[in-house]
Design a protein around this ligand. Structure first.
Ligand code: G1P
Length: 290
């Protein structure tokens, strides 16, 4: 078994109901943030962290995402024939040694089920999971040094699965998986200017505020040992009638170390209309003033 993290699983099967009507005919992951589709930034983040294989878990209406990452030879020829070499070159940004593939989820049984579907491709290696609704701010963090790269490094040192968390307002805890700390004093160690990393006691998926064990929310970046697949295979539907990744993480905690990594920089929810529109404006402003 290798300890190298070379695969990132990106679940893209969701219908994006919070993004209708934009997501009716266009997958929400391809909606623009400034001058790129949202998922472009997520894949760039993965590549900056050293990931070589991107595994999209989708369904029939999501094949446009796979096409976005594929070479379109006809378009390339046409652009070059018309001397639009610069545009043609800009479309070939994916490094040669990075592959993007898609498998299908089949039944929409939840995030945990989607991740389990990647097992035949990932095999026995540790791997990352990246939720594409969450786009980390690429303008304030230097991605090759931050967050996912930090988590992969921490994993390689400790062999503990890593879950990225960030503090959220009380009014938002019901939208997230929330971390239960082993020691509440750990919160005082958070400085905000560097990633912190410590063991976690468990997670509660989308609690009411009164039941929330902290305000540290699961952001949507994970590094797992392949053992998570065994637990996912045995996880029963729970919150929302879905097979939840957080339940399998809790089971993993009982047999293997699992750590949380605190997030540096900020993130955008590109799967929610209000935050998506705010993110679009921010990305466009950054790019227009560059
Ligand atoms: C998922 C996870 C949740 C996490 C959230 C981050 O929920 O189940 O633990 O906090 O992503 O965006 P979803 O938003 O897919 O319902």
């Amino acid at each position: 078994m290798t300890t190298q993290v070379t695969h990132a699983v990106i679940p893209v099967a969701g219908f994006g109901t919070r993004m209708l009507p934009l997501s009716k005919a266009v997958p929400k992951e391809l909606l623009p943030l400034g001058n790129r589709p949202a998922i472009h930034y997520v894949v760039e983040e993965a590549i900056a962290a050293g990931i070589k294989n991107i595994v999209l878990v989708g369904h029939a209406q999501k094949s446009a995402i796979e096409n976005y990452f594929d070479m379109n030879a006809e378009l390339d020829n046409q652009l070059r024939a018309k001397d639009k070499v610069e545009i043609a070159d800009s479309l070939n940004w994916l490094p040669e040694d990075v592959s993007v593939s898609m498998i299908r989820q089949g039944k929409p049984l939840g995030l945990g089920h989607a991740v389990l579907k990647a097992r035949p491709i990932v095999g026995d290696s540790p791997f990352a999971v990246m939720l594409p609704d969450v786009v980390l701010n690429p303008f304030t963090t230097k991605m090759d040094q931050d967050n996912l790269a930090y988590m992969i490094h921490a994993f390689e040192q400790t062999h503990h699965s890593q879950i990225l968390v960030s503090q959220v307002d009380d009014k938002d805890v019901h939208k997230y998986g929330i971390a239960k700390l082993k020691d509440a004093d750990q919160l005082s160690q958070l400085t905000g200017d560097k990633n912190a990393n410590f063991a976690v006691a468990g997670f509660v998926e989308k609690p009411q505020l009164a039941d929330a064990p902290s305000n540290l929310a699961v952001v949507g970046r994970y590094v797992f040992t392949s053992t998570i697949f065994d637990y996912l295979a045995n996880t029963q539907p729970s919150v929302g009638g879905e097979i939840q990744l957080t339940d399998a993480i809790d089971a993993l905690i009982s047999t293997q170390g699992v750590d949380i990594t605190t997030m540096l920089g900020d993130s955008f929810d590109a799967g929610d209309m209000t935050s998506y529109m705010q993110a679009f404006i921010y990305f466009a402003q950054q790019q227009l003033s560059a």
